[in-house]
Design a protein around this ligand. Structure first.
Ligand SMILES: Nc1nc2c(c(=O)[nH]1)N[C@H]1C(S)=C(S)[C@@H](COP(=O)(O)OP(=O)(O)OC[C@H]3O[C@@H](n4cnc5c(=O)[nH]c(N)nc54)[C@H](O)[C@@H]3O)O[C@H]1N2
Ligand SMILES: Nc1nc2c(c(=O)[nH]1)N[C@H]1C(S)=C(S)[C@@H](COP(=O)(O)OP(=O)(O)OC[C@H]3O[C@@H](n4cnc5c(=O)[nH]c(N)nc54)[C@H](O)[C@@H]3O)O[C@H]1N2
Ligand code: SF4
Ligand SMILES: [Mo]
Length: 703
């Protein structure tokens, strides 16, 4: 028996886990009680790292499609195939004819986080897509213009705050996002135990809402209106107080002007939150000894995602809570953080290029995945002919998935770096698998930049793998797209890349040897103020009213006239034992009753003739799906909820457990034409739908 201490790479919480092995067999995974950050916390996904490692469906060799079927091949054959097929496409149609889609697990993977960049740069395509445009891109956009860099994102100082206002986040289930904070249940409890307050704004009464002091069931897509009304009250009642921020902020008066029409009375009928409640929320926020406003995916993947993300930080600034203990603060990561070194950087801008079909602007070097199918299907010069997916499952995770499936089938060539043959990779001509989390080194380059405490934790590989590390695969692909052939001198290339990475010394006096000597992590202390050095805007100040954001305010003002009238909108929901689309092949995570249901409020169920447990047809402009109904008071009237990431199996997939617990793909009804106007992020919350019973309302249909 041996044990290893690893950082869990499955979600943003970065828990320390203790894994026990019998030889190379995983016998147990527990929370590491000595981890400096997570102190023993673990969730069902982390506990399934062994099941993932031993999953018989997980790919163990490269696959190449021959006569429509995937067959195992050697690595040399796989790369030769890519070289022979990809290069001619690039030569005939240019680099933009090859698109990339980079999915979520790549962020949690040191190989792809570091070497992906090298490969994508070498490929040089403008058709670069990531899961960011179905996720957090609005926050990068708003932070980019407010603070000067898309990665300069403040996180709530949850361990010291006295007032936490959370919108569109359910960290008790998601375990936190753009806020690396293991054990949010414990951290929220601590806020209340020290006399603080937790307020949740969410159309559903979620687990997080249940442990909060207060829950407001907002109408989806209207957070920007609520937030603007809070700003309005701060100005109207003279409650703004920049405190230590005075002198570091521009545009305050302009924001006050912009907020003028968004009175609590004006937004109440649209948001569904009474004006008196909004006033009280604003006063309590202003009066709190310290306060943090935090918005997550419910506020970003919606029609006003960027405005909502911006207004979250506008409130943090106007109440003097930006960059002070107990407010929202900027982490200082030990490695890989662009804003960690002082010195002038170029201010953020977007729209350096636009997509061919819909003319959507680039943000942070990527373009919206909601238009990927358009770019493949629409004929003409500049059409995407080849696609490389890197740890992504866009067939399940992106809007109008039906149309994307059609598009993937039309590609001339597709390569997937993935550990499964699933709904996306079944379309690939070549699939290149990588080692499991237990077989690779890990250091969370991305997420320590968003941690509520400065920490560093290095994980050596616990097991050896027969598969090449994904950084090596990336380098071979880099060699191919730079015309150097499929069998480069990997060692030499790596020495070059590693040398470049190593040159960027971190802000702490930490070496790899220090990290290796600390298997439970290194605690670098609570967050510390970083203003004004961290700012990289042109003015060197927090620019509170940048035009690139305020141009969208008139569109929001038009929403004031949109009082709902019997309409029904769809939102998503996350589940503790799911990880987006890809962990449903693990028996421990799918056990029990079908979780892929459409939640409906009892009043709506009655009105629409829907019965608990019976199937319903959910339809939208994009498509229709049949889903079992779950009648629950958890959800607000006028709103229905289906979790994403389901809809497994089908021809060419190799995920037996997932196929037996298939569920349906909610993104078949997500309308790809609905976007946050500024960032191009897909609207995945607040999709107009109709829900009808698929059986006669009189009772179950005879067999
Ligand atoms: N309707 C709706 N849709 C949503 C969301 C929503 O809330 N509602 N949420 C969105 C969000 S926030 C996100 S981040 C996206 C996620 O969207 P994606 O990133 O496209 O999807 P995932 O389900 O994370 O799929 C990850 C893929 O990576 C593979 N994989 C796992 N581990 C590894 C590895 O170590 N190496 C490699 N090479 N591959 C690996 C898996 O097999 C899977 O194919 O979904 C989005 N889609
Ligand atoms: N167990 C589990 N954990 C995960 C994931 C997973 O799939 N499963 N996915 C990971 C990923 S990729 C991400 S990005 C994070 C996301 O982390 P979170 O943002 O915390 O994710 P959710 O649990 O989806 O919480 C979003 C909440 O927004 C609410 N909501 C929907 N529409 C609106 C709206 O218009 N306004 C407001 N105010 N609320 C709204 C939903 O009801 C939901 O409760 O979770 C990560 N962690
Ligand atoms: S909360 Fe996230 S990091 Fe922690 S064990 Fe679960 S999946 Fe892993
Ligand atoms: Mo995400």
């Amino acid at each position: 028996m041996t044990t290893a201490h690893v950082t869990c790479p499955l979600c943003e919480a970065t828990c320390g886990l203790e894994v026990t092995f019998d030889g190379s067999q995983v016998t147990e995974v527990r929370g590491d009680a000595d981890d400096v950050f997570s102190r023993g916390f673990i969730c069902p996904k982390g506990a399934s790292l062994g099941a993932l490692h031993h999953d018989p469906d997980r790919l163990r060799t490269p696959l190449v499609k021959r006569d429509g079927r995937h067959v195992p091949v050697s690595w040399d054959e796989a790369f030769a195939e890519i070289n022979a097929s990809l290069l001619p496409i690039m030569e005939a149609h240019g680099r933009d004819a090859v698109a990339v889609y980079a999915g979520n697990p790549g962020v949690h993977n040191l190989s792809t986080a570091l070497y992906g960049r090298v490969f994508f740069k070498a490929l040089g395509t403008k058709n670069f897509y990531t899961a960011g445009s179905v996720d957090q891109l609005p926050k990068h956009y708003s932070s980019g213009y407010l603070f000067g860099d898309g990665m300069t994102i403040p996180v709530p100082d949850v361990d010291r705050t006295q007032h936490l206002l959370m919108l569109g986040a359910n960290p008790l289930v998601s375990n936190g996002s753009l806020m690396t904070a293991p054990d949010m249940r414990g951290r929220l409890r601590a806020i209340r135990e020290r006399g603080g307050k937790v307020v949740v704004v969410d159309p559903r009464r979620t687990r997080t809402a249940r442990v909060a002091d207060e829950h407001h069931a907002i109408r989806p897509g209207t957070d920007a209106l609520l937030l603007f009304a809070l700003v309005n009250v701060l100005f109207a009642e003279n409650l703004t107080d920049l405190g230590h921020l005075a002198g570091h902020v521009t545009g305050v008066a302009e924001v006050g002007e912009l907020a003028r029409d968004f009175t609590p009375e004006a937004v109440a009928p649209v948001t569904g939150i009474p004006a008196a409640e909004i006033r009280r929320m604003a006063r309590e926020l202003a009066a709190a000894e310290s306060a943090a406003v935090y918005g997550r995916i419910g506020t970003t993947t919606q029609a006003f995602g960027t405005l909502a993300s911006w207004l979250v930080d506008v409130l943090n600034v106007l109440t003097g809570n930006l960059d002070r203990p107990g407010g929202v603060m900027f982490p200082l990561a030990a490695a890989g953080q662009a804003n960690s070194a002082p010195g002038k950087r170029r201010p953020f801008r977007h729209g350096r290029w636009r997509t061919r079909v819909r003319g959507l602007p680039e943000v942070l070097g990527e373009v919206p995945v909601a238009t990927l199918a358009d770019e493949i299907l629409a004929p003409g010069d500049g059409r995407i002919r080849a696609l490389i997916t890197v740890s992504g499952n866009p067939s399940l995770s992106t809007p109008n998935a039906g149309r994307l499936a059609e598009a993937l089938a039309r590609l001339d060539f597709m390569v997937s770096l993935d550990i499964y043959r699933n709904e996306t990779t079944r379309h690939a001509d070549v699939i290149l698998p990588g080692p499991t989390p237990l077989e690779r080194e890990h250091y969370d380059i991305a997420l320590y930049q968003l941690a509520v405490r400065n920490v560093a934790n290095w994980t050596p590989a616990a097991l050896t793998s027969d598969l090449p590390a994904e950084w090596a695969t990336m380098l071979r692909l880099t060699s191919i797209v730079t015309g150097q052939g499929p069998a480069p001198d990997i060692e030499a290339l790596d020495a070059f890349v590693a040398g470049q990475i190593a040159q960027r010394a971190g802000p702490y006096d930490l070496t790899l040897a220090d990290l290796e000597a600390a298997p439970h992590g290194v605690n670098l202390g609570p967050l510390r103020p970083r203003l004004p050095e961290i700012l990289s805007t042109a003015s060197g100040k927090v620019e509170l009213a940048p035009e690139a954001i305020t141009v969208d305010v008139p569109r929001l003002a038009a929403e004031l006239a949109h009082v709902p009238d019997g309409e029904l909108v769809l939102i998503g929901r996350r589940q503790l034992s799911s990880n987006n689309s890809w962990m449903h092949n693990l028996e421990p995570l799918v056990r029990g009753k079908n979780r892929c249901t459409v939640q409906v409020h009892p009043d709506d169920a009655e009105r629409l003739g829907l019965a608990d447990g019976e199937p319903a047809l959910v339809s939208s402009k994009a498509g229709k799906i049949e889903v079992p109904v779950e009648v629950t008071e958890e959800i607000r009237p006028g709103v229905v909820s289906i979790p994403h990431g389901w809809g497994h199996g089908g021809p060419g997939t190799q995920t037996a457990v997932a196929a037996a617990h298939a569920g349906v793909n909610s993104n078949l009804v997500a309308d790809e034409t609905l976007l946050d106007a500024l960032s191009g992020t897909a609207v995945l919350n607040g999709i107009p739908v109709e829900v009808t019973p698929t059986r006669p309302p009189t009772g179950p249909r005879a067999a």
